[in-house]
Design a protein around this ligand. Sequence first.
Ligand SMILES: [Mg+2]
Length: 455
Amino acid sequence: MPINRRNLLRSLAGTGAAALWSGVELDAYQSHVNTNSKPSELKITDMRIAVVQGAPMTCPLIRIDTNQGIYGLGEVRDGASKNYALMLKRLLLNENPCNVDKLFRKIKQFGFHARQGGGVCGVEMALWDLAGKAYNAPVYQLLGGKFRDKIRLYADTDSSPDTNVMAERVRERRDRGFTWLKMDVGVGLVSKTPGTLTQPIGLSQREAQMTQHMFTGMELTPKGVDMLAEYVGRVREKLGYDIPLSADHFGHIGVNSCIRLGKALEKYNLAWLEDMIPWQNTELWKKITDAVDIPTLTGEDIYLKEPFIELAKTHAVDILHPDLATSGGILETKKMADAIQDYGVPMAMHFAGTPVSAMANVHCAAATENFLVMEFHSADVPWWEDMVTGIPKPIIDKGFITVPSAPGLGVTLNDEVVKKHLHPEQPGYFLPTPEWDKDRTNDRLFSFAGAAVHG
Ligand SMILES: [Mg+2]
């Protein structure tokens, strides 16, 4: 008789030994667990940092160590400070990293929109990596399994004022197998031509960059709109119309200029118009979205799921675009995507980090039904893939990443390569950080009422 649960229970029936089954089952389950690890006794002992430069962004990698020799890798959002993660260390020491959601809720008050969310999200990725390694399962499996085996990428492309150069750049990415492209259509492409852009006299570039779009007083003229549309048209002509082409970085022009430009671009069938105005302005976004028949998109600077859901519910934009290293990490991003799916809104993913953060995105994208496409910003960084091992190469094959099946995020750092690309002003490679072990602070989000408890 084969030994399985039914036969074992049958043979134990009436002996009283059936009650022992739960223990048998537990042992069987534990046999799948990483033999180096006993998950119930896993504890965080340290958090260490290595800051990579030129990937093409500056990306602080984090490593969370444990009492059982396994560690988790994560990554603070590109361009953010490593301290956003380190300041959380005191809240994580001695905790069990497998309690990912519990720890996320403990630290989430220390994140915020844009780069300020980077620490919380980097830690969350590292916790999933640890939970996966402890239970010997890839992260997508812990999220509920996958909807797809390969993740589609869109390739970001550096801008050039010369349409021939620009068309060549996007075509080269297409030839490399990318199935979705993105270009910039900024007012800077035409602003040197007189009569294209109306703006308050004396407004400096710095001032315009630091001021939200609605408050700069900058508006495109009909000539400016025509020139930008022609620019896109020439690129489209050379690239063809059969591949999605998204557009970003329009410049800080007012809502009416956005609408006039959007309408002029309709005939070039762009895949989306990105971040035309700041994400916070739901009603203004809706005005643009309702007026222009090209999908609109925002979200790379939103922290936590609620603002995404508000934008989806009101159909203020057509597509949401979280950066998983800002949006709250792997689970919060999946929860958000599941919620916006109910409003018929897809999720594209903004991403500009190393393969560590890329894998956090890949596992989330695999486990999320309404995923559309994920950004790849490093098509011109030859050592990008070399930063990691433990994953089949090339990682990016004809514009897709195959979802890894190794435990956790599924990548190990190649120490030699990462060490070669450390930020010269922050050269340490996962050095101890005892100065972040403690802090004297009261972090309560509700006031202390002095309640007495018995016992
Ligand atoms: Mg963008």
